[in-house]
Write a protein of this length. Structure first.
Length: 92
């Protein structure tokens, strides 16, 4: 089953196009982002990203997973905000 950190890393890479930039946004190491994306690809049994002109772009399966991941992350954010008085983790 995908974890929230895996989905967050995957979503950030798709939005930003680079693992380094995704890592900076998430305030984690670039290797960790790569491990999260690799784990998600392994769990899905499909390539979810491809490199195009030095940037990461979602495959067709990656687009599908990204849509569901965003719904999951939005729901997770609402739960966290309902529980914690502090800002949502990883928000800029």
């Amino acid at each position: 089953m995908p974890t929230i950190p895996e989905l967050m890393s995957f979503d950030a890479v798709i939005r930003l196009g680079l693992m380094r930039t995704a890592a900076q946004e998430l305030r984690i190491d670039e290797r960790t982002v790569s491990k999260h994306v690799n784990a998600l690809e392994r769990k899905s049994g499909s390539r979810l990203l491809e490199r195009v002109s030095g940037r990461y772009m979602p495959t067709a399966k990656g687009e599908e997973v990204a849509r569901h991941a965003r719904h999951c992350l939005n729901a997770h954010r609402k739960v966290v905000l309902a529980i914690l008085p502090a800002p949502y983790p990883y928000e800029s």
